[in-house]
Design a protein. Structure first.
Length: 655
């Protein structure tokens, strides 16, 4: 071995290594090659493993309600936590149908219910994280929990975009899902259109909340989602959705959420969120909610359009539908300066019969911009058309028929609530008309119209008589009844009565959990003078009920009577066959001219026992079958009355 000052250990190692290299050069080269291949293979494996793992954006699904007390106490802290961590989160809130009223649930229940069932939610508030972690109370949710969930890796990545169509009445959504690893199971893609912030002027429910965040407005295509199927490693699947906008308070708050979920385990592999789009300008157009009245065949309603901007309004695109029918468009043009209003006819709606209907209106755009609000509370016209011939007095209605409203009467209700037939309470019978305030939202109005009345021949005292029963709920929750009359087809109404609470009550307050029913002794008779309208050919009376979260109101035995002129109705014949009668008889009479005829039967004591509106009859002979089965033995007065006068004959019933 070499020695000396100039010989270093490293030189010896180098020399020795050189010897080995020369001696075993082919083997060393092979080993080096294998080493490099092993390192490369390891590196490739490492890259593959790393590329298959991604951060998992955290899906939060909260179930809540605007009348839930615990929700109101827990949501503020929870909302603050969510707002501070939005870059990691995909939050969605479902407004449930319980424990109380929630307008947002009414708009979305069809999609909320499947998610409630999916997680077996039995109480609110309830929070699900990534489908598998149930968190309660919401106030315990923290940023640390969010970070831990976000750092739980997944092989799935997602992209999501949304855009409006040209007329801003639909949203178009595209979702792309990729998995770097094979996935199998019952895998669903779920997409939710979300309104990030809804602010009410007053709390919509009973828990006091006015601010609501990340509210689900629509699940696409529905609450069940879209079957995605299995994924092979590296596979990408693309999806597109479109939704006709509805039930949005502000389009500027629209975001979209999407997530991939395995229904076998409920695990959410990944979620993604598309933020609200740039601001949509307001349109400066207001449509006025109105109660419209039509009194002649061929009636066409009109709506009021108002300029609420600071610039001239020259055009507006309005979409409307009658009832739940198909949507139609009207493109209005004109000139309305700031603050001005105008009338726009709905020319393709023509009403030729007695009816109560509604028209829903929406502004899509104007020359001032695109509308950002789809829900504004001023988009409904309530239309009442009483276009038949006016009926001569007397009018009597005890609501004994199965049909409701009775012939000639009209009910203009608030959705499914308002004036209905009650078969469990009446003044002298089991039937009456009921306004179910107990079930109505506070502030809503329901209107009940009498037939159109002909007071041409009315003289002296003309009166509206009726019985009513009512009990208010408590000192803060009570309803009101207003009775009004018009002689100009609803252009002006004169108030005959306006009362509520103690003035309307006929029984002590009733604060139970079910609607109140009156006892026989809890009815009151009323009489209102309408003689000032004598001589008018077309008069309408309406009962207007306004809900105050109170209780039920009942109306019965409505009678409108008058002293009429002595002019005789010209008849070519007028008799009863057979007379006396045991069960049925035939009234035979002849008209010299076409007339609108009212048939009434009075007892010997003067009580009205039968009433029929025969309507417009042609000149000539007529026959009407009369039923005496329910009449007691005695003498009765049969009266035929029209605008021309009246005629009467005696009818004897013998049992």
């Amino acid at each position: 071995m070499p020695t000396g000052d100039n010989f270093h250990q490293k030189d010896w190692r180098a020399c020795w290594f050189g010897y080995i290299c020369q001696r075993f050069s082919p083997t060393i080269k092979l080993l080096n090659m294998m080493k490099r291949l092993s390192i490369l293979a390891f590196a490739l494996l490492f890259v593959t493993v790393v590329s298959a793992q991604h951060k998992r954006r955290v899906l939060l699904e909260e179930f809540t309600n605007a009348s839930c007390g615990p929700c109101a106490s827990q949501n503020p802290i929870f909302n603050t936590t969510v707002a501070a961590n939005m870059q990691y989160l995909t939050p969605i809130k479902y407004q449930t149908s319980w424990p109380g009223f929630d307008p947002m649930n009414i708009q979305t229940q069809v999609d909320v219910a499947p998610r409630v069932t999916y997680y077996n939610v039995s109480g609110v508030p309830s929070l699900q994280q990534n489908g598998t972690l149930d968190i309660f109370p919401l106030t315990s949710y923290s940023s640390a929990m969010i970070q831990a969930a976000y750092n739980t890796v997944t092989p799935v990545t997602m992209t999501l975009t949304h855009a409006y169509n040209a007329t801003y009445d639909s949203v178009l959504i595209n979702v792309s899902v990729k998995s770097d690893a094979a996935l199998s199971g019952t895998i669903k893609l779920r997409v939710a259109v979300v309104e990030d912030e809804i602010v009410f002027a007053s709390a919509p429910g009973s828990n006091g909340e006015k601010y609501f965040y990340q509210i689900m407005r629509k699940m696409l295509p529905n609450g069940a989602g879209t079957t995605a199927g299995n994924f092979t490693a590296g596979q990408t699947k693309d999806y597109s959705f479109a939704w006709k906008l509805a039930n949005f308070y502000d389009l500027n708050q629209m975001s979209v959420a999407a997530f991939l979920q395995n229904d076998l385990t409920k695990e959410v592999y990944q979620s993604v969120r598309s933020e609200p789009l740039p601001t949509i300008p307001a349109d400066g157009v207001q449509l006025v909610a109105e109660n419209l009245m039509g009194c002649a065949p061929g009636y066409t309603p009109s709506f009021t359009i108002r300029n609420t901007s600071n610039e001239e309004l020259t055009s507006a695109h309005v979409r409307y539908r009658q009832g739940v029918g198909a949507w139609s468009d009207v493109n209005w043009t004109g000139s309305l300066l700031p603050g001005e209003s105008g009338k726009v006819p709905l020319s393709n709606i023509v009403i030729n019969s007695n009816t109560s209907t509604s028209v829903e209106l929406r502004v899509l755009s104007s020359n001032l911009g695109i509308r950002s609000n789809l829900i504004d509370g001023g988009t409904f016209l309530k239309i009442t058309a009483s276009v038949g011939a006016a009926q001569a007095l007397p009018i009597s209605e005890a609501f004994q028929g199965a049909g409701f409203p009775p012939a000639g009467w009209l009910a203009n209700n608030a959705g499914v609530n308002g004036w209905k037939l009650a078969t469990n309470a009446g003044a002298g019978s089991t039937n009456s008309a009921r306004c179910n305030f107990f079930d109505m939202e506070k502030g809503l109005v329901a209107i009940f119209h009498t037939p159109k009345l002909d007071l041409t021949n009315a003289v002296d005292a003309t009166t509206l008589k009726f019985d009513h029963a009512y009990a208010y709920k408590n000192i803060l929750n009570f309803d009101s009844l207003r009775i009004e009359i018009t002689a100009d087809c609803g252009q002006t109404w004169q108030t005959l009565l306006n009362d509520g609470k103690l003035g309307l009550s006929t029984a002590p307050l009733h604060g139970g959990v079910t609607g109140w029913l009156p006892q026989d002794s809890e009815w009151r008779s009323n009489e209102l003078d309408i003689s000032s309208f004598n001589g008018q050919p077309e008069v309408l009376i309406r009962f207007v009920g306004k809900a105050g979260s109170g209780n039920n109101l009942f109306i019965d035995n409505v009678n409108i009577t008058t002293t009429v002129g002595t002019k005789e109705l010209a008849l070519s014949a007028f008799n009863m066959v057979p007379n006396p009668t045991r069960d049925y008889a035939e009234l035979r009479f002849g008209l010299e001219t076409a007339q609108n005829i009212q048939l009434s039967v009075y007892s010997a004591e003067g009580a009205l026992v039968q009433s029929q509106l025969l309507g417009e009859l042609a000149s000539g002979e007529h026959r009407v079958v009369m039923n005496a089965i329910k009449l007691a033995s005695g003498n009765y007065r049969v009266v035929l009355q029209s605008n021309e006068g009246l005629s009467q004959t005696q009818w004897v019933v013998v049992k």
